[in-house]
Design a protein around this ligand. Structure first.
Ligand code: NAP
Length: 267
């Protein structure tokens, strides 16, 4: 137990992509901190498995099947949350799609699909949740999961890199527009999170594990719980004055890359 059992007591949170990976890690931490949950994604079976696990740990959660590329689906998720629990205090736009393909070989459809899920889906979550978040007695929270790769360029993932950079811009705009509504908008930028399919596929299966690890100052991959802890902080009373921030949770990878130590040879 990292936070107290009542750190998020009374709050209701929607987590898109909450059935697995980082989204499910956030769901477990939120349930442990007393939040009630709505998990939304396309795969009903995976969602139901996650709900069972949350209930097994004494938490409260429901599943809503939805595709974040479809605004009506996202609006239905919000409506179900408010209809079931009477409020919506937190929206976490976590769902994303990504695959490695060089830009020169990327089909327009591949580009559009990832932009649709990551960038358009995030806007739909924000837009649909706004009225309910504005009414939250805790001060609404909107969190988008980005990546440290968004602003440094991401060879092999031009679509996801551009979408995540767009998300960072969106959060800055929403912070300016929605602060007056009491809504705190932030991104969490994970580095390489070891217990996820993405890292397994992109680094481990591709034989790049050691290379990637060597770029992380703390010397190890992150865990889904590390991202979840940042999310609990932002959504608790302790995060009340944080708005428009990019919370980087990457073991220092970003700094390690940005500031290489230059050794000057002796003359
Ligand atoms: P993941 O395991 O691939 O999970 C993605 C989730 O998104 C799945 O639950 C999936 O559920 C849902 N999803 C995908 N397309 C959807 C759609 N059209 N509509 C609704 N839901 C959809 O991803 P992850 O590794 O946990 O990553 C979670 C977030 O962290 C993402 O935003 C990702 O970009 C970010 N991130 C991850 C890492 C990492 O190391 N893993 C690093 C940086 C950033 P369904 O299949 O059921 O729809």
């Amino acid at each position: 137990m990292t936070f107290t059992e009542d750190a998020l007591k009374g709050r209701v949170a929607v987590i898109t992509g909450g059935g697995g990976g980082i989204g499910f890690g956030i769901a477990k931490a939120f349930a442990a901190a007393g939040a009630r949950l709505v998990l939304a994604s396309r795969n009903e079976e995976r969602l139901q498995g996650a709900i069972k696990e949350i209930e097994g740990m004494g938490g409260e959660a429901i599943a809503v099947q939805a595709d974040v590329r479809n605004y009506d689906d996202v609006a239905r998720v919000v409506k179900t949350a408010v209809g079931t629990y009477g409020t919506l205090d937190v929206m976490i736009a976590n769902a994303a799609g990504n695959f490695v393909v060089p830009a020169a070989e990327m089909s327009p459809n591949a580009w559009k699909t990832v932009i649709d899920i990551d960038l358009n889906g995030t806007f739909y979550c924000a837009r649909a949740a706004h009225p309910a978040l504005k009414d939250s007695k805790f001060g609404g929270r909107f969190i988008a999961i980005s990546t440290t790769r968004a602003l440094e360029g991401w060879p092999g993932c031009a679509h996801a890199g551009a979408a995540k950079a767009g998300i960072m811009s969106l959060i800055r705009t929403l912070t300016g527009e929605w602060g007056k509504d009491g809504i705190r908008c932030n991104t969490i930028a994970p580095g390489a999170i070891g217990d996820t399919e993405g890292v397994k596929r992109i680094y481990e299966d591709a034989g790049r594990r050691e290379h990637e690890l060597s770029s992380i100052p703390l010397g190890e991959f992150g865990k889904t719980a590390d991202i979840a802890n940042a999310a609990v902080f932002l959504c608790s009373d302790a995060g009340a004055y944080v708005a428009g921030a990019d919370i980087v949770v990457d073991g220092g990878r970003n700094r390690g890359r940005a500031s290489p130590i230059v050794t000057v040879p002796n003359k």
